[in-house]
Write a protein that binds this ligand. Structure first.
Ligand SMILES: [Zn+2]
Ligand SMILES: [Zn+2]
Length: 337
């Protein structure tokens, strides 16, 4: 059974998930982790074989998106919800949810080649699952992410993303909530709106835009060719994404993925949604989040995994990025054509 353990010195949680350790490929060399010759568990499920709980599905004109329960969940809905002190540490039972979004029925189509209408269906599937999971008052956060390629942590090549609901609020989200709410308290403006207004005026780090959305290389990018996407107009909640917006965002994501594929030698990347926290959770409630709709602004991060983390990065939490985001953005713009 999984559990969350609090490190009081680093002020962060570790998710100890020993059942995951039994996954056969976890400790294999990177290049052997994604095996293409074994039967794909998602294809088996889609063909009606193999045990899997289907949670949801969304049909598209020529394909479909499926949501399945993860076979090796890091957190489980039926796990205990206890919270207690253990000497100088803290412990939280591993209650949560872990779902897999199978993004296409076609095993051979990688994420970077998914057509925009399929990407739009993936975005709307993410939205619907987040709405559903945020209703569960035991969960303080819902993380939507994608590991694409072995260097990004993927062990299966069939295009898929994952959704994990956690019983604690991640420290990174807490830091961002504090920064955004402090900015709002001081200036009565949204921090991300201020960042976007500056970037759109400056133009040098903007990669592309479509409809209500803009893509840019962040000023303090920690990784070469890191790209963020966000609605240009203030929007706190990804769960309010409508179908026309999903179509424009999907067009933009498809173009960004295409130029990233041309710009980088290997296609491995992570995608993370920067979502507002669940405000329903009974342990934290809405304390400090009364003005969330004003100060929070959702984003999507696309992070190519070009460099492994070294000792300096592990020791300091500072990441050395050899590519200036201005140069990355200019190069990506030049490849848009
Ligand atoms: Zn497959
Ligand atoms: Zn905003």
């Amino acid at each position: 059974m999984s559990e969350l353990r609090w490190d009081p010195l680093d002020r962060t949680w570790a998710l100890i998930a020993t059942e995951r350790g039994r996954r056969p490929r976890d400790f294999m060399p990177l290049e052997r982790r994604v095996k293409r010759d074994e039967p794909c568990p998602f294809c088996l499920v889609l063909q009606g074989h193999g045990p899997a709980t289907r949670i949801a599905q969304r049909k598209t004109p020529s394909d479909a998106v499926f949501v399945l329960a993860n076979r090796f969940p890091v957190l489980r809905v039926e796990a205990p919800t206890d919270r207690r002190q253990v000497g100088p540490y803290d412990f939280v039972g591993g209650v949560g949810a872990h779902e897999v979004v199978v993004e296409t029925t076609d095993h051979e189509v990688p994420f970077r080649r998914l057509p925009p209408e399929q990407l739009a269906a993936v975005l709307l599937t993410w939205r619907d699952r987040v709405v559903d999971l945020q209703r569960d008052r035991r969960f303080q956060h819902v993380e939507v992410f994608k590991n694409d390629g072995p260097a990004a942590g993927a062990t299966l090549s069939h295009s898929h993303s994952q959704i994990v609901a956690t019983p604690v609020r991640p420290p990174r989200l807490n830091n961002q909530l504090e920064a955004a709410s402090a900015h709002w308290r001081d200036k009565e403006r949204c921090l991300v709106c201020d960042i976007l207004a500056f970037e759109i005026e400056q133009k040098i780090r903007v990669v592309d835009h479509e409809g209500d959305f803009v893509a840019w290389c962040p000023y303090a990018s920690r990784n070469p060719f890191e790209v963020q996407l966000a609605p240009r107009r203030h929007s706190a909640f990804f769960t309010e994404l409508d179908e026309p917006q999903a179509r424009s965002l999907a067009e933009l994501i498809a173009r960004v993925l295409r130029v990233l594929d041309r710009a980088t030698s290997r296609g491995d990347l992570n995608v993370c949604l920067s979502l507002s926290p669940s405000t329903q959770s009974f342990t934290r409630g809405t304390q400090g989040l009364e003005h969330l709709a004003q100060f929070w602004h959702w984003r999507i991060e696309i992070v190519p995994r070009l460099l492994p983390l070294g000792g300096f990065e592990l020791g300091t939490d500072l990441v050395i990025n050899p590519t200036a985001p201005e140069d990355a953005a200019q190069h990506l713009r030049s490849l848009l054509g």
